[in-house]
Design a protein around this ligand. Sequence first.
Ligand code: KIV
Length: 277
Amino acid sequence: MGMSAPAIAAHKVRDGHDPLVMITAYDAPGARIASEAGADLILVGDSLAMVVLGYDDTLQVTVDDMVHHTAAVARAKPDCHIVGDLPWMSYHVSPEETVQNAAQLMRAGAQSVKLEGGRKRLPMIERIIDAEIPVMGHIGLTPQSVHAMGGFKVQGKQAEHGRRLLQAAKSLQHAGCYAIVLEGVPVRVAQLVTESIDIPTIGIGAGMHNDGQVLVYHDLLGIEDRFVPKFVRRYADIKGASVDAVKDYAADVRSGAFPSHDEAYHMDDEQAAALEG
Ligand code: KIV
């Protein structure tokens, strides 16, 4: 179950709380690992598209994909708050569709939803909150805007743009968001936003002055090794360890060392004799 959205909303580092720990997960084993490791929040992120489903960007995943993976995470019953990520085009068309899509993630087991964007998303955010669904905001480098941004680029490097991000964060707070992800913004912008709002900021590629951090599971564990962004710290080399393990398995199969006598099922000698006779 984990923390409730209101408890998270009150979790500011400046009030003496430890930074919030959020990690993505997309299935039951990932959720169990996050929970046993003591993460506060699991984000069933639309990064699913890139790190699990093999797409080049996040625009390809659907509400059905997100429901499928949110449900898998929820079935593990992690002791973490589960955030379901609303995919591209699930909150852009109409308020009715937006609320229905958010409700689908909640029915799959999420305790809140996240969506990308600032002021222009406020009407949809308000409608979701009006349906009693807590919303986490997400501003800065918003991957669903990859084409509009001209690539995955750090946002807010110019003072004017940094100020717009601050205004966006204040608007999201005012609309009722319980927390905001700040992605791919300079340290100084994240610090100013964190100091200026009363709900927690959760950073990714946003430096150390946030009320929490989030990393993508496959980046943190070194499962995804094709591109490692500057802000990722790899705490393990699971891809390397996995390739080595599968190589050992292949060698043992080819040499006849696997399976051994103890790794097989056996019949009584009498039954074996009857089988052959
Ligand atoms: O989808 C995701 O994993 C995210 C995080 C990078 C914040 O939105």
